[in-house]
Write a protein that binds this ligand. Structure first.
Ligand code: ACO
Length: 346
């Protein structure tokens, strides 16, 4: 597909003017979800809820749960190996690994370093980034900078979570929503494609309390009281988070569309953060998108935070939904609060 000149002009303006037009594309994507399936019926055995409530309020039917000896680094490495295989890229070619996660194997070293070891990406630098559910889009934007500046030729961006370890399985307000999994993308310059056309990132730390894990950091280091008070689990004000999610996702999507002077009808696929089908419907309605444009797989995986859009992107690609030249809108929202959107030419 030939893009209008105005979009080409917009693409990576810094690359165009300072770095002689080197753009960044997604060479391949991959994903991994654990084998164990936890259905709504299973959860209803543990807390006072029902398949009917969870399905009607969220759209989620089941989620994946990692094994006890399977950590975020393992999920991330499996997704990375899938992306490397699909892109015919060797681990030794990777210059940089970015892992977006709120459930690292441990506070340090970075999970990205553990992934580097597992996949044998010997020359790669590696670090983690924490932007909750928005982490994969933040990762794409950061990775893109390294390709544009010609600091790196191959960047591996991974969103990976073992959320089952920070979920309070006694709290019906949150335990029904989340699951484990990982998705990955390999970024390179591909001269025959425009790739990442534009990316928006945003945050509002004033609303950080809406969604957080109160203990385990420097504010509330682990002790007997923090454990007794169940402060090592995710806490969320669902109703408020819902409202902010719809607004922030809509505005981020509008901003990337406006920047590229695109109408929503020119977007082939919208791949939103898979948190709640009612959030997705509200955002799509405000954008005046049709149902056919919106990719949804949250019924199978729930909200996998930083992995969510990455897994969905890989599933859409694997299903043959994404054709070369299609314009794809990614849009996300998460704790922080954080949000983001990106338009990609596939
Ligand atoms: N089963 C049965 N009843 C429940 C359950 C459950 N699992 N959970 C809550 N309820 C009850 C509540 O107790 C409440 O009862 P009450 O009226 O007697 O107090 C009632 O259902 C309605 O509760 P609400 O919170 O108003 O329900 P809502 O329609 O808002 O749905 C939900 C809750 C699904 C959590 C929704 O608010 C939501 O999806 N919020 C956004 C979450 C999100 O998108 N997070 C994204 C970021 S995640 C990240 O960054 C890691």
């Amino acid at each position: 597909m030939t893009l209008p000149q105005r979009i080409v002009d917009f693409v990576n303006p810094r690359a165009k003017h300072q770095f002689k037009g080197r753009t960044c594309s997604i060479r391949s994507v991959g994903s991994y979800v654990p084998e164990k399936i936890l259905t709504n019926h299973d959860i209803a055995q543990r807390v006072n809820t029902s398949d009917e409530w969870i399905t009607s309020r969220t759209g989620i039917k089941e989620r994946r749960i990692a094994a006890a000896d399977q950590y975020t680094s393992h999920l991330a490495a499996n997704a990375a190996l899938d992306a490397l295989k699909k892109g015919d890229v060797k681990p030794e070619e990777v210059d940089l690994i970015i892992v977006a996660t709120i459930t690292p194997d441990m506070p340090f070293p970075a999970t990205a370093c553990l992934v580097q070891k597992i996949i044998g990406a010997e020359k790669a630098a590696a670090f983690d980034l924490e932007a909750a559910c928005s982490g994969f889009i933040y990762g794409l934007e950061i990775g893109q900078q390294f390709i544009m500046s010609q600091t790196c030729n191959t960047v591996l961006v991974i969103g990976a979570e073992k959320l089952s370890t920070i979920i309070d399985w006694e709290d019906r307000n949150t335990c029904v929503l989340f699951g484990d999994g990982a998705g990955a993308a390999i970024l390179q310059n591909r001269p025959d494609s425009h790739g990442l056309l534009t990316t928006v990132m945003g945050s509002d730390g004033n609303k950080g309390d809406l969604l957080c894990m109160p203990a385990g950091g420097s504010k509330n280091p682990a002790n007997g009281d923090t454990i007794k008070d169940r402060l090592h689990y995710l806490r969320m004000d669902g109703r408020e988070t819902f409202k902010h999610a719809v607004n922030a996702m809509y505005k981020a999507a509008r901003e990337v569309l406006n920047r590229c002077q695109l109408k929503i009808s020119q977007i082939k696929h919208i791949i939103p953060h898979q948190a709640n089908k009612r959030i997705i419907s509200a955002v799509s309605d405000r954008l005046q998108a049709t149902k056919d444009q919106v990719f949804i797989n949250l019924d199978k995986y729930g909200n996998t935070s930083a992995a969510s859009v990455a897994i969905a992107l890989d599933e859409a690609a694997a299903n043959g939904c994404l054709k070369r030249g299609d314009l794809i809108l990614l849009v996300v929202f998460g704790a922080g609060l954080t949000w983001g959107a990106a338009i990609i030419e596939w």
